[in-house]
Ligand binder design. Structure first.
Ligand SMILES: Cc1cc2nc3c(=O)[nH]c(=O)nc-3n(C[C@H](O)[C@H](O)[C@H](O)COP(=O)(O)OP(=O)(O)OC[C@H]3O[C@@H](n4cnc5c(N)ncnc54)[C@H](O)[C@@H]3O)c2cc1C
Length: 410
C-alpha cells in the first residue's frame, strides 16, 4: 500500500509553548498549520515559572485571555535566599518597559491551554503523532510520522519548525548537536502540598535558595495556586549521585540540608513521587537549514536557574513567524541574521548570568546590600526576561558590565 502524503504550509513538531505560540502567529498570517505532538495532553512537563517578558509573546499570539482565565498563580518577582540572607526583586520595578508580572504554572495545564488556543484559532493539532524522519533533500521538506495506532504517513510542508523541546528531533536526525559548554548538571523535583504558613512568605515570587555549603547547588520553590508548589534541586550529576534511595528520598535529604527550607516545609505533604532529569543543557551547530528552523529547546537549552526556557521558546516562535511571513511573501530571508543572531543575543545575555551564578559572582551581586537602585532595576529587568533590551547596559555589554559589578560587590 502506498504511504499517504499530506500537504500543509507549516509543519510544527511539538505542542509545547514554542510550537503552540508559533502556530497561532502563523495562523494570523493565513497559513495552514499542522502541529504534530508525540504525547497525549495533558502531560507533565518541567519549566513552571514564567518570566514577564513571555507575556508579550502570549499576547501577540492572542493567548493571553485564555492564560489569565486559567487561574494560575500570579508572579511578580524572584526571591533569593542564602543562609540567613534574603533579598528579592520585584519585576514591576525594572529598567525595561513592558510586562512586570506573569504566572507560575503547572505545565500540564498551561501547555494544554496554549495548544487548545492554537486549535481554536485554526491549527490542526494531532496528539500521539511522532515525527520519525526528515528529508531535507526533497524539493519541499518532508517528514515521516507514526501514530500510536501504528499508521504511518508523510507530510510535505512549505517549511518545518522543530519545536520538539528535549526531543530535539531535527538536531538528532540531521546530526546538528554539539556539546554544551556547561558541566553536566541534573535536577530532582516534585510537586507537594506545601503547608506553608510562615508569616510574610511571598507566594507571588519564585524562591531560589543557595545550598548552605555549595554555591553551585541550589533549590527552587515555585508556589502554585491552591496551596501546592513545585520544589527542586539542581547540582552537578556527580554531586547528586552521592545521595542514595528513591528520587523522593534524595530530594528530601537535600532540601532538609538547608535549615530555612526545612523550617518552611515542616508541614509539607510529599504526595507525588519525585523525578530526575540529567544532562539537559544542549547546543546545536545551526538553528536553521534548508526548509527548517529550530525553536526553543529544540535548539539550545542553557540552564534552569533564571527560568528563561519558556521565554526563549516563545521569543523564538515570534522571530521565526516574522521571518516566515516575509518568506511566504516571496522575499529572501537570511535566517542567520533575521532569526539565529537576534535570538542568540538574549540567550547569550542569560548565558553570561548563568556562568556568573555558578561561579558565585552573581550571587555576590544579588546579596550585596548597598546596591544602587538603578543597577537593581537593570538586574531586575534581566531576571524578568528582558535579555534582548539593548538600552540595558547589562544586556548590551553583559560580560564586561557584570564582571565590573562583581568586583564592586566582592
Ligand atoms: C530542571 C528544569 C527546570 C526548568 N525550569 C524552568 C522554569 O522555571 N521556567 C522556564 O521558563 N523554563 C524552565 N525550564 C525550561 C523549560 O522546561 C523549557 O525551556 C521549555 O519547556 C521549552 O519549551 P519548548 O516549547 O521549546 O519545548 P517543550 O515544552 O519541551 O515541548 C516540546 C514538545 O515536543 C514534543 N515532541 C518531542 N519529540 C517529538 C516528536 N518526535 N514528534 C512530535 N512531538 C515531539 C514533546 O512531547 C513536547 O510536548 C526548566 C528546565 C529544566 C530542565
Amino acid at each position: 500500500m502506498q504511504t499517504r502524503v499530506e500537504q500543509c504550509d507549516v509543519l510544527i513538531i511539538g505542542a509545547g509553548p514554542a510550537g503552540s505560540v508559533a502556530a497561532a502567529l502563523l495562523l494570523k498570517q493565513g497559513r495552514r498549520v499542522l502541529v504534530l505532538e508525540r504525547e497525549q495532553f495533558p502531560r507533565f512537563s518541567i519549566g513552571e515559572s514564567l518570566l514577564p517578558q513571555s507575556m508579550e509573546y502570549l499576547q501577540q499570539a492572542g493567548m493571553l485571555q485564555a492564560v489569565v482565565e486559567a487561574g494560575f498563580q500570579y508572579k511578580n518577582g524572584a526571591a533569593f535566599v542564602r543562609g540567613d540572607r534574603y533579598t528579592d526583586f520585584d519585576f514591576r520595578d525594572k529598567h525595561s518597559p513592558g510586562w512586570g508580572t506573569t504566572y507560575q504554572v503547572q505545565r500540564a495545564q498551561f501547555d494544554q491551554v496554549l495548544a487548545n488556543e492554537a486549535e481554536r484559532q485554526g491549527a490542526q493539532v494531532r496528539y500521539q503523532h511522532t515525527v520519525t524522519a526528515f528529508d531535507a533533500d526533497a524539493e519541499k521538506p518532508r517528514v515521516a510520522v507514526r501514530h500510536t495506532d501504528g499508521t504511518e504517513y508523510i507530510v510535505e510542508a512549505g517549511f518545518v519548525l522543530d519545536a520538539s523541546g528535549f526531543g530535539r528531533v531535527l538536531s538528532r536526525l540531521l546530526q546538528l548537536e554539539t556539546p554544551s559548554n556547561f558541566p553536566v548538571r541534573g535536577a530532582i523535583f516534585t510537586h507537594i502540598e506545601d503547608g506553608i504558613d510562615v508569616p510574610g512568605f511571598d507566594r507571588n515570587k519564585i524562591r531560589i535558595t543557595v545550598h548552605p555549603e555549595h554555591c553551585d547547588v541550589w533549590y527552587w520553590l515555585i508556589p502554585f495556586a491552591g496551596g501546592r508548589c513545585s520544589i527542586g534541586v539542581v547540582a552537578e550529576t556527580a554531586f547528586l549521585e552521592q545521595f542514595k534511595g528513591s528520587e523522593t528520598e534524595r530530594l528530601q535529604t537535600l532540601v532538609m540540608q538547608d535549615p530555612a527550607s526545612r523550617a518552611l516545609l515542616e508541614n509539607a505533604r510529599w504526595d507525588t513521587p519525585a523525578r530526575q532529569i540529567v544532562g539537559y543543557s544542549s547546543n546545536v551547530k545551526s538553528l536553521w537549514g534548508k526548509g527548517y528552523a529550530l525553536l526553543g529547546n529544540a535548539g539550545e537549552f542553557l540552564d534552569p536557574v533564571f527560568s528563561s526556557g519558556v521565554t526563549i521558546a516563545v521569543k523564538s516562535a515570534s522571530l521565526a513567524a516574522a521571518a516566515l511571513q516575509r518568506q511566504f511573501a516571496g522575499e529572501t530571508v537570511d535566517w542567520e541574521s533575521e532569526y539565529a543572531i537576534p535570538l542568540k543575543k538574549g540567550v547569550d545575555t542569560f548565558r553570561t548570568f548563568v556562568d556568573s551564578w555558578y561561579s558565585g559572582g552573581f550571587q555576590k551581586v544579588i546579596f550585596y546590600e548597598k546596591q544602587q537602585p538603578e543597577v537593581r532595576r537593570m538586574i531586575a529587568a534581566i531576571l524578568a526576561g528582558y535579555a534582548w533590551d539593548d538600552s540595558n547596559p547589562y544586556v548590551k555589554e553583559s560580560k564586561r558590565r557584570l564582571k565590573t559589578l562583581e568586583e564592586i560587590c566582592s
